[in-house]
Design a protein around this ligand. Structure first.
Ligand SMILES: Cc1cc2nc3c(=O)[nH]c(=O)nc-3n(C[C@H](O)[C@H](O)[C@H](O)COP(=O)(O)OP(=O)(O)OC[C@H]3O[C@@H](n4cnc5c(N)ncnc54)[C@H](O)[C@@H]3O)c2cc1C
Ligand code: SF4
Length: 632
């Protein structure tokens, strides 16, 4: 795939690509691995009667070009998969990064290092016999905040987290290793459908907040009003104090337009030129100015993920956190949730399966008062379904904010990595359910989206410093579901409707308009049939109808799979987060959202978790006082 041109090394001959990629893939789950093997085998035999790997380099390149020009979306899917893995292995090598001039170096504006976060105490699993008042499964935005509220209310809280404990002292410096260590299934969780959509989520102490982009939005008022009116969430408009407290804890500040980096400034200039509304993003990384490596863990922990913000606070109030412990089943006695059956996985590759994998020891953890599930919108329905709890709404109503990367070439040098990863938003088209965010993706991921194959792709990589990019996010009405495969592993699927595909194409056109207004010479809409847009091509692009399967999408915001609704017939949980049908069992994470929230969801997850946890604390306080008064 990478023959080596103009100072770039040749894959395999000069740099080992297949070895690290094979090691990386070995850390994913057997189910994902089987699917990948099938895909790679299909790619290998596509030039039948020949095999791709046995073709000579010229024939390989010719074949790749034919795939690129093909009208079949299957060909594009296979080509993208091959580009994704080869680029992942190739782009992380120092030789490639040196030649392109790509470098990562996290920094704050004043060059200082953030204060060390408080301790998480002993995160080693304790095994059989551990007990607590409230057991929380998952330590992400929902779990960490619920733990803090409850520990500070005086309850004895235990948090179980399937992933390991990382921070700036030990994030893996190798990016492939970072992805395998910090993400569930090495980042290869995919919602099946047409198109298939990658939906990566983290598996680490602090959850997805450790690897997210740090963007902080409050939920939009019209969305909250919809949730109040149609789902009976009476408190939906009472979140201001919760948002304000979270903004203070997470040191949320608006970025300085002078220091966001050229990628964000181009989006800002383009938006201003066409009169579109927008602003520098509010983030939880204080005055960080540099680097675009958020998805690998912020190497100075400028970004206040849960592991360096709420979790230390919870631990200071007495909570215990256990890392590398996966809950496999919720234990229910007499209709009450009383704990979980869990397993510790020895080694770093912790895999999700119905039963604890070989090499693990399983044990039970008991909760005296309540169990709160906060495994995220994939992990929570998975655990509830495995436990046979929550009813028919569990796993349904998956929304994901499908997103498209719209790159563009500028004559000037952009060096998007010399700036903040996600930096400027444009909300002019919110009424069309579309939000644009200038987001610069690291070479290891962004490289795969560049046009071309073989030498052409290598030329595009050499030009990476001239690429600017904007992410198009859709507030989706399409939906999907999360279920369990035959062997008990997670299965997610998603059906993008034609209406949502049209809105995404509209968003792509608006991103292109912004790019051109900022001086881009060409735009890459990520639709194979179009390839490149030049100034003047937009009208024709907008007159074209694209099928959902033609779009190349990713999604970072799964939500809604245990939705909250006052009417038990409409959701899996009541408006206090209580799971229908089981006493003392709650959900406190992104699964609760009744519909797509439309903006980056972390702050809304936090606000919801606070509401649920406060309710649990109050309920416990009133039941204790009832018990005391009945004794006296
Ligand atoms: C690349 C990326 C960038 C993003 N950028 C932003 C952004 O800039 N701003 C924003 O608002 N949002 C962003 N998000 C989304 C945001 O981080 C999530 O919406 C939010 O973290 C969800 O919180 P949660 O508590 O529902 O789940 P998570 O934060 O995902 O936490 C769930 C945790 O539960 C653990 N878990 C799951 N099942 C089990 C089990 N059975 N036993 C034990 N532990 C379990 C998981 O390992 C995980 O650590 C981004 C997401 C991604 C992937
Ligand atoms: S851009 Fe992300 S990784 Fe880099 S310093 Fe800022 S928060 Fe940290």
């Amino acid at each position: 795939m990478a023959p080596g041109i103009d100072g770039l090394p040749a894959a395999e001959r000069d740099v080992d690509v297949s070895g690290p990629v094979a090691r990386f893939l070995a850390t994913t789950s057997p189910r994902v691995l089987t699917r990948l093997r099938l895909g790679l085998r299909a790619f290998e035999w596509l030039p039948f009667p020949w095999r791709f790997s046995r073709l000579d380099p010229a024939a390989q390149e010719d074949f790749l070009h034919r795939l690129e020009r093909s009208r079949l979306s299957l060909h594009h899917d296979l080509l993208l998969m091959a580009k994704l893995f080869s680029t992942l292995g190739y782009a992380v090598t120092p030789q490639v990064q040196d030649r392109i001039g790509f470098e990562i170096g996290c920094a704050r504006a004043d060059g200082s290092l953030p204060e060390p976060a408080g301790s998480l105490g002993d995160t080693e699993p304790q095994g059989e016999g551990e007990e607590c008042d409230v057991l929380i499964i998952g330590s992400g935005a929902g779990g960490a905040v619920a733990a803090t509220e409850l520990a500070e209310a005086g309850l004895d809280v235990l948090v179980l987290e399937a992933g390991g404990h990382y921070n700036r002292d030990n994030y893996p410096s190798d990016h492939l290793e970072a992805i395998s260590e910090l993400y569930r299934d090495a980042g290869l969780t995919i919602a099946e459908g047409r198109p298939p959509i990658p939906v990566p989520v983290a598996k680490v102490v602090g959850g997805t907040t450790v690897i997210n982009s740090g963007t902080c939005f409050r939920a939009p008022d019209p969305v909250l009003e919809d949730w109040r009116q149609h789902f009976g969430i009476s408190w939906a408009h009472d979140l201001d104090a919760d948002f304000a407290e979270a903004e203070e804890t997470l040191h949320v500040t608006q970025l300085d337009p002078e220091r966001i980096g050229r990628n964000g400034q181009l989006a800002m200039e383009g938006a201003a030129a066409i009169g579109a509304s927008g602003a520098p993003i509010f983030r939880n990384a204080g005055n960080c100015v540099q680097c675009s490596s958020c998805p690998f863990g912020c190497e100075i922990d400028a970004k206040r993920g849960m592991h360096v913000s709420y979790l230390p606070r919870a631990v200071a109030a007495g909570a215990r956190v256990r890392a590398g412990v996966e809950a496999h089943r919720i234990l229910v006695e007499d209709g009450r949730a009383v704990g979980v059956e869990a397993a510790v996985v020895i080694g770093s590759a912790i895999r999700s399966q119905l039963r604890p994998p070989a090499g693990t020891r399983s044990f039970t953890v008991r909760a005296r008062r309540a169990v709160i599930v906060a495994g995220g919108a994939l992990g929570t329905p998975e655990l509830l379904q495995r436990s046979g709890l929550g009813g028919r709404h569990v796993g349904r109503n998956l929304h994901i904010h499908p997103a498209c990367w719209v790159g563009a070439r500028y004559d000037e040098e952009v060096r998007g990595w010399d700036g903040v990863m996600q930096s400027f938003y444009i909300d002019q088209w919110e009424h069309e359910r579309v939000l644009l965010e200038a987001t610069f993706t690291p070479l290891a991921f962004g490289g795969a989206w560049l046009l071309g194959a073989g030498r052409d792709h290598q030329r595009a990589m050499l030009d990476f410093g001239h690429v600017g990019s904007i992410g198009v996010h859709l507030c989706d009405q399409s939906s999907g579901k999360v279920g369990l495969g035959a062997e008990g592993s997670l299965r997610a699927s998603y059906k993008l409707t034609a209406a949502d595909a049209r809105r995404l194409a509209f968003g792509i056109a608006r991103a292109a308009e912004v790019h051109f207004a900022a001086g881009a010479t060409e735009v890459y809409p990520n639709i194979a049939r179009v390839g490149v847009l030049k100034p003047g091509d937009l009208a024709q692009f907008e007159a074209t109808t694209f099928k959902p399967a033609e779009l190349r999408l990713e999604a970072f915001h799964p939500m809604g799979t245990a939705r909250m609704a006052a009417d038990p017939g409409e959701g899996a949980c009541g408006i206090d987060g209580a799971v229908h049908g089981t006493t003392d069992l709650y959900v406190a994470d992104a699964s609760l959202f009744p519909t797509s929230v439309g903006v980056n969801p972390m702050m809304t997850v936090i606000a919801f978790a606070k509401q649920v946890a406060r309710g649990v604390a109050e309920e416990r306080a009133s039941s204790s006082s009832r018990q005391i008064s009945s004794v006296s």
